[in-house]
Write a protein that binds this ligand. Structure first.
Ligand SMILES: [Zn+2]
Length: 291
């Protein structure tokens, strides 16, 4: 038993040093090296280094070399931040109002690829023992775009939390309003903002902005929190950088629309590494007397 454990440990150490060497040697190559099966490693989009997949997942999908924070699915985020035993809410809300060409097919593909049924998942549960309502957007579902179902679920979650005096945490990641739903997707900005205004008279709302938070989501509930946290290097903004540069005919700084730039300008309150996020959220909730 002990021998096989030692043998396994030696194998891992050998594998790790081989990875280190590969990273030095092949840092600028774009393909997975042949020596290692490609289902075992991932390439960091930040620094282009190879990372052992299992380690990347255990490290909350954060690169150990450059602290690049990879995008999480809604399920991964919930597992990362919630205690076991949370309950998913409003799963029966599905109705859509517009019959935009090819929309149904796009939705079916997103559902098939992500195993989710919308770009937001709403739950009630606990974070480090503190009860709260949590909504998590998923950028892998039609780029986290906000349609009528997304807006309706978030609004209901806000009302659900308000009725029970529970704190609310929304994890945002979105390309903006869902163009296939036209003006109805834009209605969701007003609807969620109005519900939040009522909720916040008595309760605490924390937004966690993750990469990327843009468009209609950044211009509504992502910007209305009592406490706004962002993940390192997250892209946060309304319109794209190139569009703004062409409109105002000026060159914008390189770090424009990053979490760090926005912290400096006072738009967000803090940046939290993903590994510290659960503790930070629980601490903030306890500070505000939630148990
Ligand atoms: Zn990296």
């Amino acid at each position: 038993m002990e021998n096989s454990f030692l043998k396994r440990k030696q194998e891992i150490l050998k594998f790790n040093s081989a990875m280190e060497e590969l990273n030095l040697r092949k840092r600028y190559e774009t393909t997975v090296p042949k020596e290692i099966p490609d289902d075992l490693i991932v390439k960091c989009p930040g620094c282009q280094k190879f990372i052992i997949k299992d380690n990347f997942i255990l490290d909350h999908k954060v690169c150990p070399y450059c602290n690049y924070h990879g995008r999480l699915t809604a399920k991964e985020r919930l597992i990362d931040v919630m205690d076991m035993g949370y309950t998913e809410l409003f799963t029966k809300i599905h109705e859509r109002y517009l019959d935009f060409p090819d929309y149904e097919n796009k939705l079916d593909k997103a559902k098939h690829d992500t195993k989710e049924d919308e770009s937001v998942t709403c739950v009630v549960g606990k974070i480090d023992g503190v009860s709260c309502c949590v909504g998590v957007m998923d950028s892998f579902f039609m780029m986290g775009s906000m349609g009528s179902v997304t807006g309706e679920r978030i609004t209901r979650l806000i009302e659900y939390a308000g009725e029970r005096n529970l704190p609310l945490i929304l994890f945002t990641t979105s390309g903006g309003a869902r163009m296939q739903e036209g003006i109805i997707s834009l209605f969701q900005m007003a609807k969620t903002s109005e519900a939040l205004a009522r909720y916040r008279e008595k309760n605490l709302y924390i937004a966690v902005l993750t990469d990327p938070t843009t468009g209609g989501v950044s211009a509504s509930f992502a910007s209305l929190a009592d406490i706004t946290i962002a993940e390192p290097n997250a892209l946060i903004g309304f319109a794209g950088k190139r569009v703004i540069e062409k409109t105002i005919k000026e060159t914008l700084p390189k770090e424009f629309q990053t979490a760090e730039f926005l912290l400096d300008k006072g738009y967000i309150d803090m940046i939290s590494d993903r590994k510290d996020l659960k503790k930070t959220l629980a601490h903030l909730l306890r500070l505000h007397n939630y148990r």
